[in-house]
Design a protein around this ligand. Sequence first.
Ligand SMILES: Cc1cc2nc3c(=O)[nH]c(=O)nc-3n(C[C@H](O)[C@H](O)[C@H](O)COP(=O)(O)O)c2cc1C
Ligand code: SF4
Length: 415
Amino acid sequence: MEHILLRHRDIPDFNKLNVYKKNGGFAAFKKAVTKMEPTEVTAEVTKSGLRGRGGAGFPTGMKWSFIDKTNWPHYVVANADESEPGTFKDREIMESNPFQFLEGLAIASYAVGANVAYIYLRGEFWQVAAFLDEKIAEMEEAGILGDSIFGTDYSLKIYTHLGAGAYICGEETALLESLEGKRGQPRVRPPFPPSYGLYGKPTIINNVETFTNVPPILSNGADWYKSIGTADSAGVKIFSLSGRVRKPGNYELPFGTTFRQLIYEHGMGVQDGRSVKAIMPAGASSSLIVVDDKVLDTPMDYSSVRTVGSDLGSASVIVLDDTVDIDWVINKTIHFFKHESCGKCTPCREGNYWMRNLTDRIHEGKGSGDDVKLLLNVAKQMQGKCLCALGEFSTMAVVTGIERFPQDFKKKTKA
Ligand SMILES: Cc1cc2nc3c(=O)[nH]c(=O)nc-3n(C[C@H](O)[C@H](O)[C@H](O)COP(=O)(O)O)c2cc1C
Ligand code: SF4
């Protein structure tokens, strides 16, 4: 099957404007601006079943329809923070298929009546930002961005903005704070960005991969898109596969592809012929899945992954084999979350500090069974009490690790 998102893998030089145009590029944006009302664009995206690819899987068209039409101006923001450990798909899109992403961002801006859009990139992506600036300039030169686009009265400017490299700035309201030049900490919600976003104005925020799906949806129609994937999760997804597999990488596959197909057919199986012990389907934020044949044959879509006790999230599938101890996994994830907790709310700030201390002790072989119980207790006490999802994410591997892999902790602790 030809790629829908990673088209640069099929067409050489796809990141060059003339090549992109020759292969149907910008036809969808032109169609939208010259032939469709903004509400029709949103309706088509809603009908396609497209869900956000940043982790939560929220229906994209529905989000666009929530934009407050009584308050102007409107903004659109592309979330290019890509900080979840194990996720590396947005970078490939931006570096190798930039125009399809920018076209999707432009279509979304037209659909919600925004004349200014921002791309918020993590600080480490400074080369990607410079590259996108060049591509934006080329589009302006060609009359695809700027004033009077395609001879209409629609105008759009796109700007890149670099964060300072904080995981929390991927959370949409912390991202907005950071974009406004403030400290990147989440806002209390509601109100949500479609009514109160950038500079207090209605704002739509979507992930890079989400936008990249939009041009093919408009070109080929919502029904075509819906015919791919599953009833619950339409279309294709880029799975970032990593861990103990023989061929890690990004794989664009229809939703509904099983873990077994991803790991064994695309990832060429586990290193040294070992067996899969656990899967983290959503990067460091995942609930750990104990792997058996039923799990391997589970289709990867939003609802099916829930049936095996986890979430698909941004589909950063980390494979752990039987050489990996789960107390080590937890130690690694908690060090990450302790470092990235923004400190705004007490349960996450203090909870991650204590979880870090406990997991260090356990991992070093100095902990007791009571320390494991205390660690589980701290994690459970945090759940449902944090201001944003980071606090919640930090507890996932701890709770599921201890509850689903007790033998790994028994092995490590004193009586
Ligand atoms: C701690 C945290 C980090 C996040 N990091 C990202 C990120 O790097 N990229 C992203 O697109 N979404 C990230 N999200 C999700 C965003 O808040 C938001 O849901 C998403 O950008 C919406 O776009 P979508 O509807 O297209 O998925 C993060 C959420 C949290 C709580
Ligand atoms: S949960 Fe953590 S990251 Fe989120 S606001 Fe509270 S302290 Fe900050």
